[in-house]
Design a protein around this ligand. Structure first.
Ligand code: NAP
Length: 307
């Protein structure tokens, strides 16, 4: 039987991915939305979650697609109402607010799913399995895209808590922390801020792996032309290249066959399984690395950013 679900924040990712993925998943039925300005044809619309939960008495699940700074109050409200909650990435604007939500879900014995869609990219499981037995020597992450093309007019990404270039780059860190067979920690960071914005437009990070590997992340939001979303891993037994955001994998230049590229259908399958099994999944590793970068990163300033 389908679980009744409410979707919060009807913007780009809700329309591009969540609504089609929900329509194709018989485990969920989208029965209501909240958004201050938008609605979905055929679905009851509210402008805020408090009104929705007051009127729709049998909502079981709430999926939050708002920007991270607008997430906590609604997530807490949904958990207090006894709803299982799925969070878009990044799961919050701070680590402590997500710890708080996790404790609340635990206390109420309901599911909290902090989703990382890039971990569900087609080639990520194959990369993880191939790397599991290897000694990793060096990793290069290149995550470069044109913010004007991919995030047109989204001013929240430039506001404190919106993460700036880390909004896409945290996807790379979610993949890295999934495929690395051992822990990593940040050793150095340089963050470049437009002089008129609160979040960085570029970042250069270095990490050390607990087994001695060197990891470099080059993140840039002013890349012109096609985006580059690649992770190259040199090991003692060959080189793995994950490209196109984790959709493709090649080992020593030879493409590896993978399953279909279905990130959001896979996310909702995972949410359904977690709810069914009475479990939560809250991995804060990617957000922790970004928080570390803000904590110890040297700051540089560059020319003002205008759309
Ligand atoms: P978006 O379209 O700019 O925002 C989503 C919706 O949230 C907006 O339509 C807006 O609806 C509501 N909203 C915006 N700012 C708000 C605020 N300050 N307070 C309350 N509601 C607000 O953003 P998006 O691209 O969908 O991204 C949302 C989340 O999904 C982010 O965490 C992002 O990292 C993640 N994500 C995005 C993509 C992508 O390709 N865009 C991909 C994967 C994940 P109303 O104004 O109608 O309330």
């Amino acid at each position: 039987m389908s679980r009744k679900l409410a979707l919060v924040g009807i913007g780009k990712i809700a329309r591009d991915q969540h609504i089609p993925a929900l329509a194709a998943n018989p485990d969920f039925k989208l029965v209501a939305t909240t958004s201050r300005n938008a609605s979905v044809a055929g679905v009851t619309a509210y402008t805020d979650l408090a009104s929705l939960l007051k009127s729709e008495r049998n909502i079981e699940c709430v999926s939050l697609c708002t920007p991270p700074m607008a997430r906590y109050d609604d997530a807490r409200r949904a958990l207090l109402a006894g709803c299982h909650v799925m969070l878009e990435k990044p799961p919050g604007a701070t680590l402590s607010e997500v710890h708080d939500l996790e404790a609340l879900a635990d206390q109420k014995n309901i599911t909290l799913f902090a989703s990382w869609h890039s971990r569900h990219a087609a080639a990520v499981p194959a990369a993880r399995d191939w790397l599991a037995e290897k000694t990793i020597v060096q990793v290069l992450i290149e995550w470069k895209e044109d913010v004007r093309y991919w995030h047109p007019g989204q001013d929240w990404i430039w506001q404190a808590g919106g993460l700036g270039v880390f909004d896409p780059s945290i996807n790379a860190l979610s993949i890295l922390t999934e495929i690395m067979p051992h822990a990593i920690h940040l050793t150095d960071a340089v963050l470049t801020f437009p002089e008129n914005r609160e979040t960085p437009v570029a970042a250069f990070l270095t990490f050390r792996g607990s087994h001695g590997s060197d990891i470099t992340g080059v993140f840039n939001w002013l890349e012109q032309g096609p985006p580059k979303w690649d992770i190259t891993v040199k090991t003692n037994a060959g080189v793995a290249v994950l490209s196109e955001g984790g959709a493709k994998l090649a080992i020593d230049g030879v493409p590896v066959k993978t399953g279909p590229h279905e990130e959001y259908p896979s996310l909702y399958k995972r949410f359904s399984t977690l709810v069914h099994d009475g479990k939560s999944d809250v991995d804060l590793a990617p957000l922790t690395h970004v928080a570390d970068a803000f904590m110890m990163g040297k700051r540089e300033f560059t020319e003002a950013f205008e759309w």
